[in-house]
Design a protein around this ligand. Sequence first.
Ligand code: EPZ
Length: 430
Amino acid sequence: MDQYVIKGGVPLKGSVEIGGAKNAALPILAAAVMCDETVTIDNLPNVRDINVLLQAIEEIGAKVERTGPHSVKINGAFINTTSVDNEFIRKIRASYYLLGALLGKYKKAEVALPGGCAIGSRPIDLHQKGFRALGAKCVVRGGLLSVEAEHLAGNHIYLDKVSVGATINIMMAAALADGRTVIENAAKEPHVVDVANFLNCMGASIRGAGTDVIRIEGVKKLHKAEYSIIPDQIEAGTFMFAAAATGGDVTVKNVIPKHLEATTAKLLEVGCRVEEEDDSVRVIAPAQLKHTSVTTLPYPGFPTDMQPQMCIVLAIASGISTITESIFENRFRYVDELTKMGASIKVEGNIAIISGVERYVGARVSAPDLRAGAALVIAGMAADGITIVDDIYYIERGYENLDAKLAALGAKIERVSSEKEIQKFKLKIS
Ligand code: EPZ
């Protein structure tokens, strides 16, 4: 297993280009198979989850041509099965987007159910509620969720809880159903809007994405399109918090500042200076960070995917801060790791009470999941001494070249795969 080894204490300085949004790209790749013509997708992040999904799409017969590290052409005309199962697809939750895409196009699909997840139980009852409302039968057998409809017909669907995945999945199936579908209490995340825009480019008729009521008029078929994925607000926010935690000055480029408003608001509260331009945001850290409180909420609230990164900043801010995690029940698993680095945090239910300490001390820690892993890397860069982050497999599911991008900002970080390489890094650094 590979690790990151980091020598902390260097304020990050400079600018970094943000890639395409993983959580928009995953459903967009699934949606690309919904037509029988070639779809071209650009600004694709080159990360593990994306590559696993592309492989699954290829395995069911679609033509997948990687035209560059960040672009792909997909043609769904050659799909020969609607059953998707392999060892890898079970490991990525976004495989469930193939349910909505294939159900819409072929009126049936069977996809391996994602197993348990590090950040909490991840039910898909709302996805099924939506498919059933459109006329599909949903059956679980042999670890696969099977959905099938004789006829898909538009309907009125109220989501009991705001869900990104259910909103997108229902939108995809409804795009090719007969008649009108209305999704109420829909998720408003930028990636929901991006998927709706992509489907509309393919000829779908979706209105209201970005509000809590989405209206979809079903069309008979979709056609080819060329599309560029929106920038990743979570990758951008991760670098913004890294600037704050290391006492740095970083400009994130190729972003949509509007998508970063909740992150920006919290950075201002902790004392950072934030300068927005059309497609970039500069974060300048203060000499001393200040405490604050944050609650994770669906967009436009503060994203749960940014919660661990924010905690890294608060744990070295003056005074007592709190974080309330309202989306996933198990998103504080990094706290024990951070404690090894000197943080003082008490978790009570879904609230973390954080007493700011002066600084982190380097330690050997392990990434419990994707965003918490990235957060521990930030802590390592802010720490005195050497930090080793194990299990970076999780981080690489969603961050492209994180080490190289950080190194370009001045961080002393290397990706290593043995104890010998760790020793070599330590020697080099000293
Ligand atoms: C998406 O997950 C993201 N994943 C997650 O990002 C992100 O944390 C999450 O949205 C929230 O923003 C992808 O886009 C691939 P939800 P998703 O359905 O769609 C409950 C990352 O780090 N719920 O919006 O699965 C659920 O338990 C990942 O990139 C139901 O009860 O999340 C949660 O409490 C991690 N029933 C809430 O809704 C359902 O059928 C929101 O989940 C579905 C969800």
